[in-house]
Structure formats: structure tokens, C-alpha cells
Ligand binder design. Structure first.
Ligand SMILES: *[C@@H]1O[C@H](CO)[C@@H](O)[C@H](O)[C@H]1NC(C)=O
Ligand SMILES: *[C@@H]1O[C@H](CO)[C@@H](O)[C@H](O)[C@H]1NC(C)=O
Ligand SMILES: *[C@@H]1O[C@H](CO)[C@@H](O)[C@H](O)[C@H]1NC(C)=O
Ligand SMILES: *[C@@H]1O[C@H](CO)[C@@H](O)[C@H](O)[C@H]1NC(C)=O
Ligand SMILES: *[C@@H]1O[C@H](CO)[C@@H](O)[C@H](O)[C@H]1NC(C)=O
Ligand SMILES: *[C@@H]1O[C@H](CO)[C@@H](O)[C@H](O)[C@H]1NC(C)=O
Length: 643
């Protein structure tokens, strides 16, 4: 099958590589008055040139970040030390703006506040290596609190403020926190579980103080901080900075360790890779308990002296107004945020801003270009990389749809690769020598990163839970006996080395002998359904091979036209990818980071007695969706009604 190569193509034509050889289809005039007979060679040259330039610019970014990380390690620099340099350079410039209260903190103020936090904790006997859980929705002080802890080597456990009951207790407990600092807006959530936490856990409440609504023994934080000295504490700093929890789309959240060098590296990689400057203003409306908001976003303030606007909660209707108000030049997105923005009615403000770049993770290929065009955003800075993973990638050259680039001609610069995997079971496929099989361009595979523990850029700090750590590591991946980190995601690489996200491993399912990528089907259906929330997953049907596709659609207003949907799907999706079952509900559950939660939906499956929502079944004989009732359900289960 011919694979179109995207590097040269947009400008000059298209280069096709097939078994028959190379062919270059010119689009209009070629540059430099090249004669037709030379076209083929030029094509090769341009392609090679482009791969080279992509490779060297990506390599340049990596080398620069690597050198800086090495320097910081050599100088034993920690995030608080790097922040001290930032304060020195930028002092009275605005560091943080809190949209909502409109409060602004300069670098000096942020520094002083965090010193008070550190001194207060020192006075109370906290010492390096202790853990304090941070559970807060209102965020004015959030950054100052973890930074203050870091100044004396106390590690913050950043807890998702949406958690309640068992999940909340679980996160606090596995971190071994000696204290919990919580916002008064979460008084009730904390009171509910206080009795389940260890008695010796100290409680501090920030915000509106109401002694009747907090657990016994809780202290009000602000008076303590006001009384604490504001000078820089001199205390040892630790290797670990804080803990961030995985979103827990499957099972309980896991605590991932963030060390100082990882914080630096994640923030620096996007800063250099996407050519940001300290004069940029970054709009960060992502949760601060997560690496995107707190490292990739806030890190630009701490490390590079950028002004960062933080907002308590993402608001689709306020998004562009905020950007205009604060002269933001970079916005951050995650998960489904871009789709929610596209879902808003068109307004003038959405183009009247100075945003030059949207940076984030998870922009669907199906809406990529529409997003750029409608909101007038020249560059999409999509990157890939989990908190705990060392295989970060970035789309540094604004390539439509790509989440990263890895040089195919300089592979030794960055030891990551796609390897063949059973997309359904996540099992790695191995060759006769027991080593994983690298994917060819165009072939989907799991992204893996080689682990070299003594290289700060290549190490993996793992989770607090050792057995969870070992699950993410595989052996003999690049060569016999080595170890590598498993990303759990399936990507595809093109001829140049651009990487495209395909699906999460284990989400892809097989139907009628074909692999169905849930991410792709979700993107297409959502587009056909006016950007509604759509979650796609496979469900087992007794007697049928593979899994049948099911789509859960958020449709509170009952506005879906099923006949139209069927017609549209016939054009947009191959038969095996069209969902067999539909479930219409008011709302689909999302994580705090705007990702869909599929576990419950998968478990509910298509059983009408277990699900009170409207269910539909694709009656293939009649070519339309019919309501799924008990009778039909039984005849599907018994195999009487063919799928
Ligand atoms: C936190 O947010 C809640 C709800 O938005 C608000 O009622 C409360 O006053 C805020 N607290 C502080 C300390 O800002
Ligand atoms: C945004 O830029 C304009 C023009 O340069 C300036 O007048 C305004 O004060 C700026 N706004 C903020 C919030 O910095
Ligand atoms: C589906 O994926 C598996 C690997 O997970 C692969 O072996 C198989 O060839 C794929 N099937 C199709 C039709 O692409
Ligand atoms: C991923 O982490 C492992 C574990 O430390 C490390 O050895 C490996 O080099 C890292 N890979 C990359 C690409 O950073
Ligand atoms: C650690 O991880 C393993 C496997 O993921 C899990 O079974 C176990 O319950 C976890 N332990 C804790 C304390 O979370
Ligand atoms: C959404 O989450 C709530 C709370 O965890 C749960 O009770 C409900 O069943 C979930 N809804 C669906 C459709 O999974």
C-alpha cells in the first residue's frame, strides 16, 4: 500500500512511496524551475532535507534540555533554587494572575509567601522527607504552598479535589501524609472522611474559617502563615519534589513520583521545543493537581519567569474573554477542552485575542484544522507524555494531527520506539529472539521508552506503589536484557518520523476481523453529532467473535436524529466501525482532566434491565437503529437475532 509522505507535500505536491518505487506528483509549479525529468530526484532531496531539518531541530531541543538538566544536576539545583534565580531576574514582574479574584502576585510575593509556608512548617517540626497532602479547589495559594514545602524538602501530595470518600482516603493514605492542607470549599469532603484517616494526621484549613464546619483539631492556615517569618529558610532539599496521581480511569489512582529534574525537564522541553519566551503570557485553566496544569503550565512561571494566568475551573464561555483580558499569547488545553470550545456559539471575541499558540495534549485529529481556523490560532503545540513516563514527544513543527516527532535517521538521540503489540490484550509481540519487534512506518504500535537508570533523562522514577511500577516496565524491548517503560498508548509513525496518536492500548477492540480504534470513532461520531460527548467501547456479545461497538452519547435534549446519523455514518465510517449499540444519557462521566471514564459504561454493557438510559440496536437487516428492549435483548443473547 502506498504511503503518502507529508513533509514535502503541502508545498510542492505529493510524494508517493510504493513497492514500485518513488513517484513525485507535482502540484503546479516547482521551485527553482526544475525540469520534469529531474522531478523525482528533487522529491527525494526535498524529503531528505525536510527529515534532516525536523531531525536536527528536534535533536537540538533535546540536547539543549539535556545539557540544562545535566548542569542543574551538577550544580545540585532544585526547583526552589531555580526559582530563586527566576525571582532574581524578574522580581517585580507579575508571576501569577488568579482569574476569579483578579489577584496578582509578583515573583517577590510568590517567593515571600512560599518562605512563610516553609518557615511555618519548620516551626511545627516538619522535616525533609515528610509528606503533606494538598487538597484544594480555590487556587490562589496552591503554587505557593507546594513551592514552600519544596523549600524545606517536604513533599506535597497533590490530591484531585474531585475525590471523595474511599478514593480520597486512599490517596491520602498511600502518600503517608503527616498533614492535610485543604481549602475551606472542601470542608465537607474532609469532614466526611476525617475519622478514617490516622489520628496523628494534622489538618490545616485555608480560606473562610468556620470552626464548626471543619474536623476537630483543624487549624486555620492564614493566621499561622501571617505569623511566620518571610526569610528564606536554609534547609536541605530533597530529590523528590511532589506526588501527582494518575487519573484513575481504571481502578484507584496511583501516586507518581515527580523529582526535581523531571519537573524541570517537562517544563523546559515545551519551553524550548515550542520556542516560548519569558514575555509570553500563558493561560492555564487546567487543574493544578495534574502535571499539565502544574508542571507544563505553572512551570513556565517558576522556571522561565513567564506570567501565568490561572483559573479555578475551565469555562468554555469565558475562555477567549479571559485570553483577551490578560493579553495571553499561549493557551493550554487538555482532553476534550478544544471540542467544548468548538461547541460554543460563534462570537467575535473568539478571534479578538493575541493567542499565537495552543499547547496541550489530546486534540483530536478530527477537529484539529477546524480549531485552528475558527479561533485563528496559527500554531498547535501538541505534545505527548505522561507524568511518570520518560518518553515525551512534541509536535515542534506544527504538523497537522501529529503528537510528536522522533527522528528516523538519528534514532540514537532519543531511545523511544513503536513496537508491535496486540492492540486488544496489550501483549507485546516478540520475535524469535524474544526481543520486541519495531513497527514500520504506518504500522500501529505501542510507544516504549528505554530505561537507563543512571541517566537523569532516561530514568523512570516510578510510582509509590512498587508493584504498580513493575507493571509499566518490560524487558528485552530494544535489545536482549534491557528494560523499557510501557506507555500504554498506540501510535503510528509516518515516513518522516511524525507520530500520530491512535488509541489507548486495550481500548481498541476487534470486530468482524478488523481493529476498531475507539479514539477515531469517537472523533468521527462527535463531529457528526454537533460535537456532543461520545464515548466508544467494545462490548461482548455471546456467540459473536470479537467485541461489538457501543457508543454512549450525551444528549440531554434528545436532539439526535437517528436516521440522519445512519446516513452520515455510511459515508464517514467503515461498516465494522459503526456502533452496533447506542446508549443515550444525560451526561458522560469525565475525569478531572477532561477524559472520559469508560469503566462503568463497559460494565453496564447493553443490558436494558441494568441501564435506565435509552438503548438502541443496529438492526442490520433493516439498516436502522431500533429501540432495545428486553425481548430484543434476549433474542440477541440467544443468537436468534444476528448482529
Ligand atoms: C472558594 O470557592 C468557593 C466557591 O467558588 C467560594 O464560595 C469560596 O469563598 C472560595 N474561598 C476562598 C478562600 O477563596
Ligand atoms: C494588554 O495590552 C494592552 C496594549 O498593549 C495594554 O494596554 C493592557 O494594559 C494589557 N493588559 C494587561 C492585563 O496586561
Ligand atoms: C489488528 O491488530 C493486530 C495486532 O494487534 C494485527 O495482527 C492485525 O493484523 C490487525 N488486523 C487488521 C485487519 O489490521
Ligand atoms: C524511561 O524511563 C526509564 C526508567 O528510568 C529510563 O531508563 C528510560 O531511559 C526512559 N526513556 C526515555 C526515552 O526517557
Ligand atoms: C499496588 O498495585 C497493585 C497492582 O497494581 C495493586 O494490586 C495493589 O493493591 C496496590 N497497592 C496499594 C497499596 O495501592
Ligand atoms: C457516573 O459516576 C457516578 C458516580 O461515580 C456513578 O454513580 C454513575 O453510575 C456513573 N454514570 C455512568 C453512566 O457510568
Amino acid at each position: 500500500m502506498p504511503a503518502a509522505v507529508g513533509c514535502v507535500t503541502r508545498k510542492y505536491g505529493s510524494l508517493m512511496i510504493s513497492k514500485a518505487g518513488l513517484a513525485f506528483k507535482a502540484k503546479g509549479k516547482l521551485p527553482f524551475g526544475i525540469m520534469p525529468g529531474r522531478v523525482l530526484l528533487t522529491g527525494c532531496f526535498l524529503l531528505f532535507n525536510n527529515i534532516l531539518s525536523c531531525s536536527f531541530s528536534a535533536a537540538g531541543v533535546l540536547l539543549r534540555v539535556k545539557m540544562n538538566v545535566r548542569r542543574h544536576l551538577r550544580e545540585k539545583n532544585t526547583i526552589p533554587k531555580i526559582f530563586a534565580e527566576t525571582v532574581h531576574r524578574h522580581g517585580d514582574k507579575t508571576a501569577l494572575i488568579f482569574e476569579g479574584t483578579g489577584e496578582r502576585w509578583t515573583f517577590h510575593q510568590l517567593d515571600e509567601y512560599s518562605n512563610r509556608v516553609a518557615n511555618m512548617l519548620l516551626e511545627r517540626g516538619f522535616k525533609d522527607g515528610d509528606v503533606v497532602a494538598l487538597f484544594m479547589e480555590n487556587r490562589s495559594q496552591y503554587v505557593g504552598l507546594w513551592l514552600g514545602m519544596a523549600k524545606i524538602g517536604v513533599e506535597a501530595a497533590l490530591i484531585n479535589f474531585n475525590l471523595r470518600l474511599e478514593a480520597l482516603v486512599h490517596c491520602v493514605t498511600i502518600s503517608n501524609a503527616k498533614a492535610v492542607m485543604f481549602g475551606s470549599e472542601l470542608n465537607d469532603a474532609v469532614s466526611e472522611v476525617h475519622s478514617l484517616m490516622g489520628k496523628e494526621v494534622q489538618m490545616f484549613c485555608s480560606g473562610d474559617w468556620d470552626p464548626k464546619r471543619v474536623p476537630r483539631g483543624t487549624e486555620s492556615l492564614e493566621p499561622l502563615l501571617d505569623a511566620a517569618p518571610s526569610h528564606l529558610p536554609s534547609r536541605p532539599q530533597r530529590y523528590r519534589l511532589f506526588y501527582i496521581y494518575t487519573s484513575g480511569t481504571t481502578g484507584m489512582p496511583k501516586a507518581a513520583i515527580v523529582v526535581h529534574s523531571r519537573y524541570y525537564r517537562m517544563a523546559a522541553l515545551v519551553y524550548y521545543g515550542f520556542r516560548m519566551t519569558s514575555d509570553d503570557v500563558l493561560y492555564d485553566c487546567l487543574p493544578l493537581y495534574h502535571s499539565a496544569g502544574n508542571i507544563v503550565g505553572v512551570g513556565q512561571c517558576i522556571i522561565h519567569g513567564m506570567t501565568v494566568v490561572i483559573r479555578k475551573k475551565f469555562s468554555a464561555s469565558r475562555f477567549w474573554d479571559d485570553c483577551a483580558k490578560y493579553n495571553c499569547t499561549i493557551v493550554q488545553y487538555i482532553g476534550e477542552i478544544c471540542r467544548y470550545l468548538l461547541n460554543q456559539p460563534v462570537r467575535d471575541m473568539e478571534k479578538q485575542h493575541r493567542v499565537r499558540m495552543a499547547m496541550g495534549n489530546g486534540l483530536r485529529q478530527s477537529i484539529w484544522e477546524e480549531f485552528m481556523k475558527r479561533f485563528n490560532i496559527p500554531q498547535i503545540a501538541e505534545f505527548y507524555g505522561a507524568t511518570e513516563c520518560n518518553c515525551s514527544l512534541g509536535n515542534f513543527d506544527n504538523k497537522i494531527g501529529a503528537c510528536g516527532f522522533n527522528s528516523r535517521i538519528l534514532p540514537f538521540i532519543y531511545p523511544i520506539r513503536l513496537v508491535r503489540v496486540d492492540e486488544e490484550t496489550m501483549e507485546l509481540m516478540r520475535g524469535p529472539d524474544g526481543v520486541c519487534i519495531p513497527c514500520k512506518p504506518g504500522e500501529p504500535g505501542q510507544l516504549v521508552g528505554r530505561i537507563i537508570q543512571n541517566d537523569p533523562l532516561r530514568r523512570f522514577d516510578g510510582y509509590v506503589n512498587q508493584s504498580a511500577t513493575s507493571k509499566k516496565i518490560a524487558h528485552s524491548v530494544f535489545k536482549k536484557g534491557d528494560t523499557a517503560y510501557l506507555s500504554g498508548d498506540v501510535l503510528i509513525m509516518d515516513e518522516c518520523g511524525h507520530m500520530f496518536f491512535k488509541d489507548r492500548t486495550g481500548d481498541t477492540f476487534r470486530w468482524k476481523g478488523e481493529n476498531v480504534s475507539t479514539t477515531e470513532v469517537e472523533g468521527t461520531l462527535s463531529r457528526l453529532l454537533d460535537m456532543k460527548d461520545v464515548v466508544v467501547y467494545g462490548v461482548e456479545v455471546p456467540g459473536a467473535e470479537g467485541k461489538a461497538g457501543m457508543a454512549a452519547i450525551a444528549d440531554p435534549s434528545h436532539s439526535t436524529d437517528l436516521e440522519k446519523l445512519v446516513k452520515d455514518m455510511e459515508k464517514a465510517l467503515p461498516p465494522y466501525a459503526r456502533p452496533v449499540f447506542l446508549r443515550f444519557l444525560l451526561e458522560v462521566n469525565k475525569t478531572g482532566t477532561f477524559k472520559f471514564q469508560k469503566t462503568d459504561l463497559r460494565r453496564d454493557s447493553f443490558n436494558p434491565s441494568a441501564v435506565s438510559d435509552r438503548l438502541y440496536f443496529m438492526d442490520s437487516r433493516r439498516g436502522c437503529y431500533v429501540q432495545l428492549d428486553e425481548d430484543l435483548y434476549r433474542s440477541i443473547l440467544s443468537g436468534k437475532h444476528k448482529l
